[in-house]
Design a protein. Sequence first.
Length: 279
Amino acid sequence: MVSAKANLMLESLSLMGYDALGIGDDDLTLGKEFLSELSKKAPFPFLSSNLMEAESGKLLFQSTLIKEVSGLKVGIFSLLSPDVFSGSQDPRLKGLTLQNPIETAQRIARELKPNTDLIILLSHLGYPKDVEMAQTVPGIHIIVGSHTGVSLTYPPIIKDTIILHSPVKGMYFGQFELAFSNGEAGFYNSATTRSLENNLSNLRLRSNRKEAPKTEKEQYQRSIGEAERSLKQMEGKNQFSNTLFPLTDQIKEDPQVLKWLEDFKRHFQEPDKTSPPKQ
């Protein structure tokens, strides 16, 4: 039943048009052999840049992907943290080892930089480690994080790295839009610009009131200057927006996925929990 669920999930992801899948700890629940066989059925690559076979010392999956999107060369890689497992004896790690995520990221960022415009990390490290990664490894533009289930409607920008996370259990989907021109220019959230512009407009109105005391007008002028300087600092940077949408009953289900689910439920019927136990 669990393997059938895994195949159903893969079919659903394929229908969504995924470009790549970053490996997490739960993906290894049925072992590396099963996951390797499953990856052969996928129309997109399974990525993991630090998950190694213990015996051969080789990567279990493809390390990186370079994909052209709207004229940009986007480099994608994926990292899995040993900290998300219960320990080295965790059965999901049988026959596997994990290279140090920070050291791996430093090497791959250096390798990808000459050949790409934008570098994205599919992270299964957890939010605190994503913050450490952004602080430690230069050159990663976007970290798409997971495992922790942090809701980041307003993504932090740490040393020119944007960190994206969404809540757990697939109850939300995120829409991230980026107007990108220069990988060295940094980023700003368009929501910040709107907030500053609204504040600036209100401050100017208050400052122009005839009845406002002189000391109050001076305070408004200082605040206006600060807002104008903040807006000036955003000039030339790459703009992005991020929205998290809850998956509610109002969202239309895909008919193909619904059919797969119905077939799955018919094949794997749960026992009737209302019937009395046999004597």
